[in-house]
Design a protein around this ligand. Structure first.
Ligand code: ADP
Length: 259
């Protein structure tokens, strides 16, 4: 019998991720979303297929998720990010009861049950503070890259930041640099403000452990450690943290085919 292959595509504000599910093997690909979610979705799908010597006809079904999920004309269906993150998290760490996701322009906290079903969630998509794009802007103001923030903050005392708004925080950071403050202390302060925000959101849905930290921002180890200390629960970051939503979409495609 021919094996059934499934694809999940998460069209995010910054990055578009695709996951190919081949039995229990997971393969993924990420491209920048750029100005066209539709183009990025097509591109990531084509590249993933090319990498594996496949054509679209070899795929049983494709599910789209993420803010640009409606921009995928070749997808069989679209499913919300909340449902997909919950499904992906339950697969990667079945014991997890809460997902904290920080992406490019939103953040969410999802409480899940033992089957990966959503019990409750809160989402912040109204304000850029604390999201990946915000970190990119601040990293640029500090003359560095988001991938360096964790190391920069290592062992530094957090400098309290007063501005919760992304626009004002950027000016504040520039002012602090001009006043001779250390970059590490500024970044540690930034991490502290993000963690405080996420802790508030987690408290609103009721903290449950262990927590799975997902989204591109979860690649920042210092942020994960701070989150663990603030929430006082175990926080795990899977290696595939940025593709949890796309993985969930592929798994849902497989679940539906098995029905
Ligand atoms: P979206 O789904 O909205 O596109 P993602 O979950 O893909 O967002 O996350 C994108 C964000 O991840 C970027 O804005 C950036 O801040 C962050 N990021 C990407 N790579 C790294 C890294 N190596 N270290 C820390 N943060 C990262």
């Amino acid at each position: 019998m021919q094996k059934m292959l499934f694809v999940g595509i998460d069209v995010g504000s910054i990055a578009t991720k695709a996951v190919l599910l081949d039995q229990d093997q997971v393969f993924h690909k990420t491209v920048p979303t750029g100005w066209s979610p539709r183009e990025a979705g097509r591109q990531v799908f084509d590249q993933l297929l090319l990498d594996h010597g496949l054509s679209a006809g070899d795929i049983h079904s494709v599910i789209g998720t993420g803010y640009g999920r409606i921009a995928l004309p070749f997808a069989d269906k679209s499913v919300t990010e909340i449902t997909c993150h919950a499904r992906g998290a339950a697969h990667l760490a079945p014991e997890s009861r809460m997902v904290i996701d920080i992406g490019g322009q939103d953040s969410k906290v999802i409480r899940i049950d033992q089957r990966g079903k959503v019990v409750d969630f809160v989402m912040n998509d109204k304000c850029a503070a604390g999201t990946g794009r915000f970190l990119q802007v601040i990293a640029a103001a500090l003359g560095t890259d988001v991938s360096e923030l964790s190391d920069l903050a290592a062992g530094c005392e957090p400098l309290p930041l007063n501005s919760m708004c992304a626009v004002f925080a950027e000016s504040e950071v520039i002012g602090l640099l001009a006043a001779g403050k250390a970059k590490g202390e500024i970044v540690a302060g930034l991490h502290q403000s993000i963690v405080r925000r996420m802790t508030g959101m987690a408290e609103r849905v009721g903290i449950a452990e262990p927590v799975l930290f997902s989204g591109g921002v979860a690649r920042n180890d210092a942020l994960r450690d701070n989150m663990e200390r603030a929430l006082k629960v175990r926080v795990v970051t899977p290696e595939q943290c940025q593709v949890v939503g796309a993985l969930g979409a592929a798994l849902i495609a497989r679940d539906e085919a098995a029905r």
